[in-house]
Design a protein around this ligand. Sequence first.
Ligand SMILES: N[C@@H](CCC(=O)N[C@@H](CS)C(=O)NCC(=O)O)C(=O)O
Length: 208
Amino acid sequence: MKLMYAPQSPFARKVRVAAIELGLAGEIELVFQAVAPTKENEDYAAKVNPLRKIPALVLDDGRAIHDSTVICEYLDDLTGGGRMIPVSGPDRWDVLTQHALAQGMTEAAVLVRYETWLRPEERRWPDYVDDQWNRIEAGLDWFEANARGLEGPMNITHIALGCMLGYLDFRWPDAGWRDGRSRLTSWSTWLLRRNSFKQTVPEDVVPA
Ligand SMILES: N[C@@H](CCC(=O)N[C@@H](CS)C(=O)NCC(=O)O)C(=O)O
């Protein structure tokens, strides 16, 4: 299997962490794919993901699977299922809902990144950026208030939230998301020290 990824991407990191946690990393070849809004990437769009986003997993028979959530579920299924996303019952819906929150926060952070780094300065919309930050902050507050739910075996919510927090540290090291959030801070310290997270720390490099 080939994972189309970039070392900066929090969504690709989510898949890489899940693969390590599930013991599948050795079966996945990482293939760098440069993506960005306005980058046409026609070949990638035609063969892998019409949305031109990473990550995508290309299977040995040529089929492509995306997005990060579906790939995590696919990898989970390969190893019997139920570890990343509970199969049924109330836990399934809690995990999926909390994962959707972590995922939405990550999407907001990536939008801020594009808005402040890629969009030409004269066309930027500061209220939009503030609004995205506001959503991220609200999500952080929710996880701080409900951090007890983060205890327990590693699942897709833990991974998505860890990748989100790692992305904040990577792109905005001075943003101070830990301020006033002691429970989330200590949980993330534990999480980010796991091998799966240590092996996938985001880097601003273009792989050879
Ligand atoms: N819902 C997708 C989001 C993926 C995503 O937005 N990836 C970013 C990189 S971090 C991307 O491909 N951006 C390129 C673009 O928006 O054109 C997932 O979970 O995989």
